[in-house]
Each structure stands twice: as structure tokens, then as C-alpha cells.
Write a new protein. Structure first.
Length: 390
């Protein structure tokens, strides 16, 4: 049931709540910064931890009204839906296994959802959630935050305009080194839940960062995957989920691709890269230096397109915040996803209206495909890297 405020909402900040993201969590703080960067959202409620004391302390840390600090997302969804000033949206920033039941509870309460990736722990859950989003008509945004970078929007626009010609090769990599040793054995919170199949799902590095690499490749090229061949490893003794994955991709139409994701690659902190090569040229983007896009038309010198600079097109400009030469990075890119979410939610305030066509954000369908990618990788690897359909 939708609370009264959902139909009476004005044009002010969008009232939102958060599930997860309490003390000891990393990504919750990032979401809160991104949500408030443009003044589009106001955090008014939270179920920040399933532990009552931690939930209470976490709420106090960020200044939430104690009366709107909940110990369960079920309680929060029901209570906020009944309030005249209840939340319009919720950010779900929990381990993967909570994404589905939490999103379901809020969608059924008539509340828009902004959810961390991957969408769910299983493909069955992902498909059920997609059906629920369609049935309720609520806005659902998946925070594949790298799609918010201006130069990624630039790359997408260039591919769509045919500047690279027919796409032939796509390469994405996402190496990290933080799980080179058995960090979960020390009780470190972020490592512990990622190493637990009951909380993370069937994919380790594949689900955690491989989905980012795959989503970025799909977002920029719009190529549809036909099949994949994956080789997954858990190099750290006793680790139950993969910490390194190599994937070969066959796209419909003939293009080929490769993805490497690893959390046991010493020397790499967060080495996300994307390369796309076509019949007319190639591009390369490096997340560690995100304000630049390397573009090489075939037979011509390499060009450097800068965020906010000469050569950057309208798609990059609409998510660019400051003039060229002033770096924008992770938090701004994340905030761009929240800004797009705000545009979609404000449009939905007008009796289910749709946002402008240039409003772009990862959807529940992108999430379904991401979970399908993870499960296909696992199936392929179990069959000695056999070619596998999604």
C-alpha cells in the first residue's frame, strides 16, 4: 500500500531511507555522500543493521531521528509506507543475499528502490524481482556506478554514432589485490561476507567486480552476449568462492571479448579498464585516471579527449560538474547515478511519468543480466570452461 505522501510529494528533496550501511560498512557511506551531493535526496530513515544496538548507534552517528531507526527492513517498509512524511525511495546497501527480500518489501510498499549490485544472489530471485518492478511500476536503479563517469558516457556516445565502425573486440579488466591472503579468517567484515556463499551467492570476484567489468562493456558497446567460456579459480586455500576469473565472450553479430577480474593481483588497488576496438578506430578508458578517454582513429595519431574539454560531446557534458582540469572521480560518478535516479523518481511523481530520454541508469534488467553472467561463468568453469549460453 502506498502512503499518502507518495501522491502528495512536491518538488523538494526526495525523502529516502537506507537498509544496511551501518558502522563498519564501506559502501553505505559512499551512497550517502552520492545521494546528498546535488541536494536531490534527504536521508530520513534507516534499518542500518540487523543488530539492534549497532543499528541504534549507527543512526545516532549520522543524525537520524531515533524514532525512524529500525531494526529490520520489514518493519521499516511497513512503518514508512504509513507515514504522511514517509520515504519515497530506499537505498539497499547490504550483502547480496538481502537484496531480493529487502527490495521486494519496499516495492510492495510502493517505495522506489536504489540497490547495490549484483542485483540478487540467484538468477531465480533476479527474475522474480524484475517481474515485481514491472508489476508495481516503481523506479528501480542498480548502482553500477562506473556508468556515471562522463568519459564512459562519451565512449558510449561515440560507439553509438559509429565513430569506431563495426565493433570487433571488447576487453575489460578489473584487478584488485586486497584478498591476496585469507582476510576473511581475521574477521574483517567486508571480506567475510564476500567469502560466504550464503551471503554472496555463487560468485566471488565474478559477482563482486566481474559484474562491473561486464556491465561496463555492455553499457558502452550495447553488444548482446551470445555465449561465454569462463575459467574460475580460488587461489587462496580454503576459499569457497572464486578470487580470479578469465572469461572469453562471443557477442551476437560476431564481436569477441575478454574479461579478467581478480582480487589476488598484487599491485592493483582498483584497476578497472575498458578497451573497445572497431573497424574505424579504438578507445581506452582507465578508472584510475577517469577524466581522459584515449581515442585512436585507424591510421591517425592517438587523440586524448578530456572531460569538459574539446571533443567531449553532449552525453558527457550533461554529467560533467566542473570545468576541465578540475578532476572528477569516483564520488562524482556515483552521484551522477543518484542524480539520474532523482530525475526518474521526480518524473514518476507525476502519475507514473517517464523521465527524459537522455536520463540513463542501470535498470533491474541490467541486474538480471549481471546475475545471469555470474551463473553462466560458474557453469562454464565447472565444465572445464565449456562455451555456455546465458
Amino acid at each position: 500500500m502506498v502512503g499518502a505522501s507518495k501522491s502528495e510529494a512536491g518538488s523538494g528533496p526526495i525523502r529516502y531511507g537506507m537498509v544496511g550501511g551501518g558502522q563498519g560498512a564501506f559502501i553505505g557511506g559512499v551512497h550517502r555522500i552520492a545521494a546528498r551531493m546535488d541536494g536531490d535526496f534527504q536521508l530520513v530513515a534507516g534499518a542500518l543493521s540487523s543488530n539492534p544496538e549497532r543499528a541504534k548507534a549507527s543512526a545516532a552517528d549520522i543524525g537520524l531521528d531515533p524514532e525512524r531507526s529500525y531494526t529490520s527492513y520489514v518493519e521499516m517498509a511497513k512503518a514508512e509506507a504509513k507515514r504522511p512524511d514517509g520515504i519515497e525511495a530506499v537505498a539497499i546497501v547490504t550483502p547480496n543475499n538481502v537484496h531480493f527480500p529487502a527490495a521486494k518489501a519496499f516495492l510492495e510498499a510502493g517505495i522506489h528502490v536504489i540497490c547495490d549490485k549484483p542485483l540478487t544472489a540467484t538468477l531465480t530471485e533476479a527474475k522474480k524481482l524484475a517481474t515485481l518492478v514491472e508489476t508495481t511500476g516503481k523506479v528501480f536503479v542498480l548502482t553500477h556506478n562506473y556508468t556515471g563517469y562522463p568519459m564512459i558516457r562519451q565512449a558510449r556516445e561515440m560507439v553509438a554514432k559509429g565513430q569506431l565502425g563495426d565493433i570487433r573486440v571488447v576487453q575489460a579488466e578489473y584487478p584488485q589485490d586486497w584478498l591476496t591472503e585469507d582476510l576473511a579468517a581475521t574477521g574483517q567484515k567486508q571480506a567475510s561476507w564476500r567469502a560466504d556463499p550464503k551471503q554472496s551467492g555463487v560468485g566471488g570476484a565474478t559477482g563482486d567486480i566481474g559484474t562491473h567489468a561486464y556491465n561496463l562493456a555492455r553499457f558502452v558497446t550495447d553488444l548482446e552476449l551470445d555465449s561465454l567460456s569462463a575459467d574460475l579459480d580460488a587461489f587462496v586455500p580454503g576459499r569457497l568462492l572464486d578470487d580470479n576469473v578469465n572469461v572469453m565472450l562471443r557477442f551476437k553479430g560476431g564481436a569477441k571479448g575478454m574479461i579478467w577480474a581478480s582480487q589476488v593481483a598484487p599491485g592493483h588497488e582498483n584497476g578497472l579498464k575498458l578497451r573497445v576496438y572497431g573497424s574505424k578506430g579504438g578507445i581506452e578508458w582507465v578508472q584510475a585516471d577517469p577524466n581522459y578517454l584515449s581515442y585512436t582513429p585507424f591510421g591517425q595519431p592517438k587523440q586524448l579527449i578530456t572531460r569538459g574539454g574539446v571533443g567531449a560531446g553532449p552525453a558527457a557534458a550533461r554529467v560533467t560538474r566542473v570545468p576541465s582540469g578540475h578532476p572528477e572521480g569516483y564520488l562524482e560518478g556515483f552521484a551522477n547515478i543518484y542524480q539520474e535516479a532523482a530525475r526518474a523518481i521526480r518524473a514518476a511523481r507525476k502519475k507514473g511519468g517517464k523521465p527524459a530520454k537522455d536520463v540513463i541508469y542501470p535498470t533491474v534488467q541490467d541486474g538480471v543480466e549481471g546475475v545471469a553472467f555470474v551463473e553462466a561463468c560458474v557453469r562454464s568453469s565447472k565444465k572445464n570452461a565449456a562455451w555456455t549460453k546465458l
